[in-house]
Design a protein around this ligand. Sequence first.
Ligand SMILES: *Cc1c(COP(=O)(O)O)cnc(C)c1O
Length: 431
Amino acid sequence: MNTNIEKSKALFSAAKEVIPGGVNSPVRAFKAVGGDPLFIKSAKGAYIYDADDNRYIELINSWGPMIIGHANPIISDAVKQAVEGSLSFGAPTEAEVHIARKIVSMVPSIEKVRMVNSGTEATMSAIRVARGYTGRDKIIKFEGCYHGHGDSFLIAAGSGMATMGVPNSPGVTAGTAKDTLTAAYNDLEAVEKLVAQNKGEIAALIIEPVPGNMGCILPKEGYLEGLREICTKEGIVLIFDEVMTGFRLAPGGAQELYGVTPDMTTLGKIIGGGMPVGAYGGKKEIMDHVSPDGPVYQAGTLSGNPIAMASGRAMLDYLSTHPEVYETIGATCERLDLGIRAVLDKMGLKYYSTRLGSMYSLFFGEHEVVDFETAKQCDTALFGKYFQAMLKRGVYFPPSQFESLFLSTALTDQDVDHIVTATEESLKEIL
Ligand SMILES: *Cc1c(COP(=O)(O)O)cnc(C)c1O
């Protein structure tokens, strides 16, 4: 039992004095599940160690990037070697050519690609390019889909304001919000309606093809194809935000898996192998609008950073030459899902679980979860208790009902069996 977290508690107190909420990204603060966040000292393979030397089985993997396990020498060695040649130049390098060619070869929609430093930068830049390309201002996004913290994306639809975006963060101006239209995920008609009401004004439709930021949610049959059709017909740039799903669901992401090719794609997380990297790319015709070829400005002092490129390059080289990775983690994820379901069925607990490849969500509730509304109806209080009980048993779930699990190849069947046993013990304790 991991019950001594004194050092984490002390660090959290100290952090709160000098860092807002004690963390550099909100979900890390455990607000959604209660309790104090763990401060992490190190990680190796499928295990992560906190400041008090407790060991946990990792189910977050830095929100995706550590798909081949922590401190994997394939990545670490490439980084160590790159460090010797200086940390940054602010000038082009061979590694950037290599990684760009690799991305183009892996991701169906990408003919040209620009590297940035985060997923947020990738999505912000992609919609700027889509706006520059189409000469239109508005974008459509989906409730519960997360695209980083750019102003245009921090918008929720207020009830009764179906066509007018309302910011859900102070600091986002009404001017910005009015250009973001929102629709429910998995509802094609809602998109058709928005498009009809804003004819000729919509530059881009941006979507997580398989959302992972309201828990893992699966697209209904024909949904992504339907969006593709609408965008083609209306001259709207279809952007798949594959920051999470890219290189995770398949070497070419969700677009490869579903056979639906967007006009642009945004990438992040796995693409840097753990270093801060993002990218956006798409059709040549669109990407040729980016500076210095075209008029749409976008730049970065540390973009294409040699250490980040070495890390990302090692990751993509590995994934593109080891297709069995996807089968292996898919099988691990299935074992986890079936194991947990057997426990919950035996206990007669109502739940809904979603799984695709190595993404997995367990929702406590009776209903099918198909969008943000149905995700919000789940028992988040029970999830919080489950999270805490699992943590004590050495299993580190994402600290929110609305986050997907991201498995790594380092997770063994024994680890999975431990998670299943811990689930049974945890639920017996809290119910
Ligand atoms: C994580 C995420 C982002 C933001 O990426 P950052 O690197 O955190 O800025 C954008 N879109 C999706 C789908 C994400 O999961």
